[in-house]
Design a protein. Structure first.
Length: 186
């Protein structure tokens, strides 16, 4: 009888621990972090199609989105589909593409995370308050702000900042492209 009570007590303790762990995990995935899988090659070579990422949902609770951040957000033309792109222009800036370069307020961006120039000019587009202009790193194969009916992503539609690629390999995304080694020239 004593052994039976001890077993039941142990099972109840384990059950309680498992339920608490599941509740914490569920809450964290809804409030703190979430995961996403990249379906297309629009962010190659920084993030490859099929990669799985951790998205920090609270990144912008204490700071503002910055140019160069890779973010998950609701696509402005349907507000249901989740996209992953890089912030290129911030509120109050004017962005355009000309002569193969992306320019913000007339100055070409230093973008060591892309591997080819844009193949067509665009803009200029003025970015309204609390909005962001987005582009994929694979510029000539990305459905992004240049082509959308609603050109900008509202801050309130940002899900979070992509922080970590965990599949197929582990890679911190805030460093991705910023420290990418260049191929050696022959």
């Amino acid at each position: 009888m004593k052994d039976q009570k001890k077993i039941i007590s142990e099972l109840l303790d384990w059950t309680k621990t498992i339920i608490i762990a599941l509740a914490v995990g569920f809450a964290a995935s809804k409030v703190l972090i979430t995961s996403a899988q990249v379906p297309t090659g629009s962010m190659e070579d920084t993030v490859m199609a099929g990669s799985r990422l951790l998205i920090n949902r609270v990144a912008y609770a204490v700071s503002e989105p910055k140019r160069g951040d890779i973010i998950a957000f609701y696509f402005p033309d349907d507000e249901e589909t989740v996209y992953l792109k890089r912030i290129i222009a911030l509120p109050g800036e004017t962005v355009e593409g000309r002569d193969g370069k992306v320019c913000v307020d007339g100055e070409p961006l230093e973008e060591d995370y892309i591997t080819e120039k844009i193949d067509s000019d665009f803009g200029p587009f003025y970015v309204p308050s609390d909005m962001y202009f987005m582009m994929g790193d694979n510029r000539n194969d990305s459905w992004d702000s240049r082509f959308w009916e609603h050109k900008f992503v509202a801050k309130k539609k940002i899900i979070g900042k992509a922080e970590l690629e965990y599949f197929p390999k582990i890679k911190l995304l805030f460093q991705a492209g910023l420290t990418r080694p260049r191929p050696e020239e022959p």
